[in-house]
Design a protein around this ligand. Sequence first.
Ligand code: G3H
Length: 293
Amino acid sequence: MDKYNEALQNYNTNLNDDVVKQEVEQILRENLSKYSNTDVYKFLFGCIDLTSLNTTDTAQHITNFTKRVNDFENEHPEMNNVAAICVYPNMAGTVRMNLEVSDVNIAAVSAGFPSSQTFTEVKVAETALAVADGADEIDIVINVGNFLAEEYEEMCDEIEEIKHSCRDAHLKVILETGALKTASNIKKASILAIYSGADFIKTSTGKMEPAATLEAAYVMCQAIKEYYDKTGTMIGFKPAGGISTTEDAVKYYCIVAEVLGEKWLDKKYFRLGASRLANNLLSSIAGSPVKFF
Ligand SMILES: O=C[C@H](O)COP(=O)(O)O
């Protein structure tokens, strides 16, 4: 048996989707109200990977996008900035050239994002180029086809190769949970991604429906927790895709807080990947509509 199948044997991957749904409902029912406040909204804003992943993106657009992040510090000195700017890999250099604030990272999607359907050599080279251009973080998608065909070794070996080309950049591995469909699959893919070298596991690309769900988040957080209990290593969690309202963001916070606990409530271990959330959080904080980005 290869090391990945061996790792799977050590985790409970036999999950019931209805039970997961009920457990999520219970967590939200019992805890959500205590997290719906301005302190949490501010924290969540500081965990955003502010995303621009459009077919129409240009260097000029990404330059302007980056300048707004620079401006944020001057205009809102009372708040933490977003955690990172997330762009296509060919735009990492543009962000690097224009970013003037030190505590905002550059994240690049890579490795044939969002389908992951290209040659491993291309994935490795794309990642190395993005890192050379200044990416601090790399977001890749698992080979979903390999996963669903139970070709775990192929899927995991490829992630390990890509991890190697990240050098010091952090690797976020996207499961594309909407394509995996069941809680059992999501748990298995989480464990496999973690054992292949993921620093973070991320729900979705934002390029397919369904995108992030609270059930997927719950299962992924359980996988992270079980891995931590066995090894003492903290893996980060990034829900992403379709998260646009303050209410949604707080629900993900609630799942992380209740399943993983306070240690994960830090941008080092918790991110929200979002292209439309930032202004809505700022509006909730201000108590009136804000359009900053
Ligand atoms: O990685 C981040 C996602 O692509 C963002 O998805 P979204 O545009 O639905 O917020």
